[in-house]
Design a protein around this ligand. Structure first.
Ligand code: ATP
Length: 355
């Protein structure tokens, strides 16, 4: 396996090295080998070199099997010298679009021992996987201004929805359900108001589902979904949704599964024609960066997702189980979960458990 490693900034530089330790331990235990190539891109690199992600590097990244990513962004002092949104657009979105990572996969599971802000809810109630379409919708920078800066200003941001884009996301959700023995796929959209784009989603969903007769299906409007995720999260198993709605409900998901330190993700190109990227959902967290306080569990779970994708399911399962066992004991919690453990202590405990 050829793995590109991009820790980025802030806590990314703390959690990714711990993730690499976990990767090393499972590779020895399960007998697979890999190589890593390190890339320096991010906010600090931009401040120094005035460069985000050059095309030559993107080409190199594409040729890897996977990218393990930390976070980009610098503290408010540095960020005043970085044009707003440039790191997201020219690093994260560039990889997403150029490498055609058309699925954002967000397992949303509450592990035993992890506090959730929801009342009377336990691990059996929160166990869903959100499949977010990752390359279309409102996020493909299709739009522009007219009369910018005047009283007559017009801004257009045009939603792009293609049959191909929608169908491949829906099919991925059903294939995932089949592979991982999930029972139900729910489409989340807003068909009553977005009567063109989301009508296309709904028709594609109705057609694709006939190829998966054993899997139950459902439809929820996104506003209802946000309520149900809080009031009865147990009803969700696999959710498939649009780029923007997915962006929003996956963060709601992160909150109910214990916060940013617990939420892992994959940006997948399931065709494997270019690298897929795995990352903890959180940002560079400048408020706690450099203090050994960040929770590395989201990164470990992302490494696990990466190994699942790279056909090492036993190693993936072992990482998941080690993380679950470790966080089950509050003595192993970092500050975000109410504990006092450091990033490196949690890393050591998970590695010891795995070994
Ligand atoms: P960025 O601009 O890079 O997105 P941010 O601070 O806006 O940074 P996050 O980095 O996601 O966004 O941080 C949001 C909050 O969650 C912060 O208070 C941060 O300390 C906390 N946080 C983020 N990641 C972790 C983590 N791994 N462990 C503990 N707390 C975290």
């Amino acid at each position: 396996m050829k793995i590109a490693v991009m820790p980025g900034d802030g806590v990314g530089k703390e959690v990714v090295p711990e993730g690499l330790k976990v990767l090393k331990v499972v590779s020895e235990k399960f007998g697979f080998s890999y190589t890593t190539d390190h890339y320096p891109f991010g906010g600090e690199y931009y401040l120094e070199k005035k460069e985000t992600l050059p095309n030559s590097a993107l080409k190199e990244l594409a040729a890897h099997d996977a990218i393990l990513f930390g976070a980009v962004g610098v503290d408010p002092r540095g960020s005043t010298q970085i044009p707003q949104g440039i790191l997201e657009a020219e690093i994260l979105l560039k990889m997403r679009f150029e490498l055609d990572q058309y699925i954002n996969l967000r397992p949303t599971k509450l592990l035993p021992g992890v506090p959730t802000p929801l009342k009377n809810v336990g691990p059996a109630d929160i166990d869903m996987v959100i499949v977010r379409e990752n390359t279309e919708g409102l996020y493909c920078q299709n739009g522009g201004f007219l009369y910018k800066g005047t009283q007559h200003e017009v801004a257009n941001q045009i939603e792009v929805t293609t049959r191909r884009g929608v169908e491949r996301a829906i099919r991925y959700a059903f294939d995932y359900a089949k592979q991982f023995n999930r029972k139900k796929v729910t489409l989340v959209a807003k068909t009553n108001v977005l009567r063109f784009a989301h009508n296309l989603w709904q028709r594609a969903f109705e057609e694709v589902k006939t190829d998966y007769p054993g899997i139950e299906t459902d439809y929820h409007h996104v506003d209802a979904c946000t309520m149900y995720m809080v009031t009865k999260p147990k009803i969700y198993d696999v959710i498939v949704t649009t780029n923007m709605f997915g962006d929003i409900i996956t963060d709601l998901g992160a909150a109910i599964q214990g916060g940013m330190g617990m939420a892992a993700s994959g940006n997948l190109n399931p065709t494997r024609q270019a690298a897929s990227m795995f990352e903890p959902v959180h940002g560079s967290a400048p408020d706690i960066a450099g203090k050994n306080l960040a929770n590395p569990i989201a990164t470990f779970l992302s490494v696990g997702m990466m190994l699942d994708f790279l056909n090492q399911p036993k190693a993936a399962r072992a990482i998941y189980q080690a993380c679950a066992d470790v966080v089950a004991d509050p003595k192993n919690h970092t500050r975000d979960l109410g504990g006092t453990c450091t990033t490196t202590q949690v890393g050591e405990t998970v590695c010891a458990k795995l070994a």
